[in-house]
Structures are given as structure tokens and as C-alpha cells.
Design a protein around this ligand. Structure first.
Ligand SMILES: [Zn+2]
Length: 185
């Protein structure tokens, strides 16, 4: 591989130049630097979580001599999510592996996004790759995280509430009737 002519900053990525160089970047980001994703996880159990990511720029030549700008993006993170059944932490690997196409302006991006199955983004002067990875990982989160088998038996509603503290509806009714009786008698 020949040496890259320039270095690329993943937080201020010039996507057109990155693709032109067939640039490659990879690294780790602590979960805490992706605050929206961190919010979706259980804080104590995910404190040490790290997002591993890699990005590759690509120019795909077209017959007319121009080229499409593509980004191959991969990322994964192991998160402790809140089990929707027992509310305990459930470990999930959230991963993405996709190709994103970049076009010159937002109007074109919106039009193509509606028309094609691929994700189409507009070329910005400085793309924040970490924000993009965060967006994509948020979309990849399971809708209803839960254990296949919850480790704790499920608490039954009202189990910890002593029986005698709950008013018995029939006793309440009887008391009202009793009051009425006294009124007339
Ligand atoms: Zn569970």
C-alpha cells in the first residue's frame, strides 16, 4: 500500500478527499463520548463500554467519467440494555456494517434517499464520523431488549404488599351500609 498523502480527522472528515484517497480509518471511542447512545444503556453496567469502528472511503467510477462517493462503515459496541421483562441489565452487541453514499447537496440526497434502498447523505465540508456512527448504532438498537431467560424470577404485582393494608372493597361497602343503618335507626 502506498503512503497516504494526507491524514484524515474522523471528527472533521472531508468525505470527498477521504474517498479520493481511498482512505481508511479505524479506532475506539469510549461510550461516554457518544452521549445519546450512552443514554440508551444502563449507566453503571455500561461504564467501560467502547465503540470499535472502521471506515473506508471509496470512489465508484461511473460510465460518464464521474464517480460516486461511498463510505463503508463498520462499528460495534457491547452494551448493557434494560431488559423490558425483568428490568435487569441484558448484554447486547449492537453492530452496523453498511455502505453510505454521498452526493453533492441535501436536495439530491433527500431525493435519492426516497428512491433508493441505500442511505444517501450529502457531502459536508467536515463530517463528524462519530456522530454518524452514533446515529447508525441508535438505529441498530433492539426495539425491545430482553433476556431469552430472565435470571431473576419475575416479581408478581402486589407480592410485597401486606394483605391487610389493602382495603377490601366488600368491607368498605359493608361499612357504608352500616353507617346508613345507624342514620335511619
Ligand atoms: Zn430479563
Amino acid at each position: 500500500m502506498k503512503p497516504k498523502s494526507r491524514s484524515h480527522d474522523p471528527l472533521k472528515l472531508d468525505m470527498a478527499a477521504f474517498a479520493g484517497d481511498h482512505g481508511e480509518l479505524a479506532g475506539d471511542w469510549p461510550l461516554q463520548t457518544l452521549p445519546r447512545l450512552a443514554e440508551s444503556a444502563m449507566p453503571e453496567a455500561s461504564a467501560d463500554a467502547v465503540v470499535h469502528w472502521q471506515a473506508r472511503g471509496e470512489l465508484r467510477p461511473l460510465p460518464d467519467g464521474t464517480a460516486e462517493v461511498w463510505l463503508q462503515l463498520k462499528a460495534d459496541v457491547r452494551l448493557a440494555l434494560c431488559c423490558q421483562r425483568c428490568l435487569g441489565p441484558v448484554e447486547e452487541t449492537v453492530a452496523l456494517d453498511r455502505a453510505l453514499r454521498f452526493v453533492a447537496d441535501e436536495h439530491q440526497a433527500a431525493a435519492l434517499d426516497a428512491e433508493l434502498e441505500d442511505d444517501v447523505l450529502s457531502l459536508e465540508r467536515a463530517l463528524d464520523l462519530r456522530e454518524l456512527v452514533e446515529d447508525e448504532l441508535l438505529l441498530a438498537l433492539p426495539l425491545v431488549p430482553r433476556h431469552a431467560d430472565c435470571p431473576q424470577p419475575l416479581p408478581l404485582a402486589g407480592d410485597d404488599e401486606p394483605e391487610e393494608e389493602r382495603p377490601n372493597p366488600f368491607a368498605v361497602l359493608a361499612a357504608l351500609k352500616g353507617q346508613g343503618g345507624r342514620g335511619t335507626g
